[in-house]
Design a binder for this molecule. Structure first.
Ligand code: HEM
Length: 489
């Protein structure tokens, strides 16, 4: 039998009475000196922290990544230095727009956030289950997310806001097309792919940089829901995807994903038809084939959800030697946004929390701040340069310089083909989807667009149909027919 533990206050004082408050006489009143009562009520009032501004509803699992193929010609990252290397990791899957208690089967991209605890420090790959995104500039992100959240007056989700924004931002069309296919309602997290989506770079031992995209292919097979199926599950089990993952891991049916990369040299990037750093575009697989790297397996549900999942802080800023950024405007914005969000949500020392702490030692001159929970640098100097400590500050690793196209600073920089928002979504609809997928996508578009209301309804529908038309005439025609929409002059 387990040894009994004694009940204590949070400061460790033994306390024997848990259920009854200390009172003057059996009928009360309650005495002010019942400190345990105060502590309990006060701590309860402070249980909630701000939920993530996006991706609030999520599920986490721990696992292992194993390197199975040699990619050292692309990267000098220690993780990839040898076939057979393994690394502990954390994954968090999520929906985007819904609140912490929202339903798992909502139509939404799914977050696919990974933290690799490598010998070089933490590498976070914060992706989605889609290879592209709705916008290509971080400046539009808050506006876009406002349209996915609640109407400022009714506090309801609003298809009018969504379609108004999408129709005014045709760069969203590619992602909208994926979102309204049945990939927009995955049947749980195990049956979906993950994508780094943004373009990153890898740097090898010769200090050469190559552009890279990350793909995690589900080894469970893709599994999606139709709109009606997703609606039914939403009511029956809002935690459908979380339950599926927790149960699979409990039954030792560990889900796995194969990591593959696409690479593009700097000279290929110059000749690529589209901007290779535009997150609304994919790199066609025929031209940039997938290269095998390794396998990720999730095999453990963290012992405490709040400590290890709610407090997990993923950031595209967390790269390691051998993996780096690209000029991708969205990625550049994300490098700032995530650590800023974590400081707000978890506090300035969020990286000291066990789930976020790297397995490597941390040495720098940052000190103090709320909730400092490591030894705060002990008695070592808190300034640099100094004559006392032995931290090596000369550069041990230096990235190659990034070549820029231009040094003209402007806010409206466009290249040829940057406004081609139609070729890739058109190809997706015609060439990648089969007829059943096209039919479901059209049904999903029509069902959602029927929710557009108000004086701007026709204007919004007409604008969106014109984008569909530019991508694929059949698509526009079938959605227009489903909406019984008459074009106006
Ligand atoms: C510039 C555009 C973007 C901005 C400003 C942005 C910002 C944010 C912020 C502030 C959070 C909440 C972080 C937290 O409180 O823990 C978040 C979460 C997240 N974002 Fe983004 N985001 C952007 C684009 C993207 C893109 C393109 C992807 C996918 C490729 C993505 C994937 C995620 C994921 C997966 C999470 C949840 C991470 C977790 O599980 O904790 N975001 N984003």
């Amino acid at each position: 039998m387990k040894e009994k533990k004694k009940l204590t206050t949070t400061s460790g004082r033994a306390y024997n009475e848990y259920e009854d408050s200390m009172t003057a006489g059996p009928r009360g009143p309650v005495l002010l000196q019942d400190y345990f009562l105060h502590e309990k009520l006060a701590h309860f009032n402070r249980e909630r922290i701000p939920e993530r501004i996006v991706h609030a509803k999520g599920t986490g699992a721990l696992g292992k990544f194993t390197v199975e193929h040699d990619i050292t010609k692309y990267t000098c990252a220690k993780l990839f230095s040898k076939v057979g290397n393994t690394c502990k990791m954390l994954a968090r899957f999520s929906t985007v727009a819904g609140e912490k208690g929202s339903a798992d089967t909502e139509r939404d991209p799914r977050g696919f956030a990974l933290k690799f605890y490598t010998e070089d420090g933490n590498w976070d790959l914060v992706g989605n289950n889609t290879p592209v995104f709705f916008i290509k500039d971080a400046k539009k992100f808050p506006d876009f997310i406002h349209t996915q959240k609640r109407d400022p007056k009714t506090n309801l989700k609003s298809p009018t806001m969504m379609w108004d924004f999408w129709s005014l931002n045709p760069e969203s069309l590619h992602q909208v097309m994926i979102l309204f296919s049945d990939r927009g309602t995955p049947d749980g997290f195990r049956g979906m792919n993950g994508y780094g989506s943004n373009t990153y770079s890898m740097i090898n031992h010769s200090n050469e940089r190559i552009w890279v995209k990350f793909h995690f292919k589900t080894l469970q097979g893709i599994s999606t829901l139709t709109w009606p199926e997703a609606e039914i599950i939403k009511g029956k089990d809002p935690d459908h995807a979380q339950r599926d993952l927790v149960n699979a891991i409990a039954n030792a049916d560990f889900p796995k994903w194969a990591l593959k990369i696409q690479v593009m040299t700097e000279s290929q990037a110059k000749k690529f038809k589209w901007n290779p750093f535009d997150v609304t575009k994919i790199w066609p697989h025929a031209d940039y084939p997938l290269i095998d790297v390794g396998t990720m397996e999730l095999n453990e549900i963290p012992v405490n959800y709040f400590a290890n999942v709610e407090q997990a802080a993923f950031a595209p800023a967390n790269v390691v030697d051998g993996i780096s950024f690209s000029p991708d405007k969205m990625l550049q914005g994300r490098i700032l946004a995530y650590p800023d969000a974590h400081r707000y949500r978890l506090g300035a020392n969020y990286e000291q929390l066990p789930v976020n702490r790297p397995i490597t030692e941390v040495h720098n001159y940052n000190r103090d701040g709320f909730m400092t929970i490591d030894n705060n640098g002990g008695d070592s100097p808190n300034y640099h340069p100094n004559s006392f400590d032995n931290i090596e500050t000369k550069v041990h690793y230096k990235e190659p310089p990034m070549h820029l196209d231009s040094n003209v600073a402007d806010t409206y920089n466009r290249n040829e083909h940057d406004d081609d928002h139609y070729t890739q979504p058109g190809n997706l609809f015609r060439k990648v989807m089969n007829e059943n997928e096209r039919t479901n996508t059209i049904f999903n578009f029509v069902t959602s667009m029927k929710g557009i209301t108000g004086e701007k309804r026709d204007e919004i529908i007409q604008r969106q149909l014109s984008h569909f038309f530019k991508a694929d005439k059949d698509l526009a025609w079938r959605v227009g027919k489903g909406l019984d929409f008459k074009f106006k002059e």
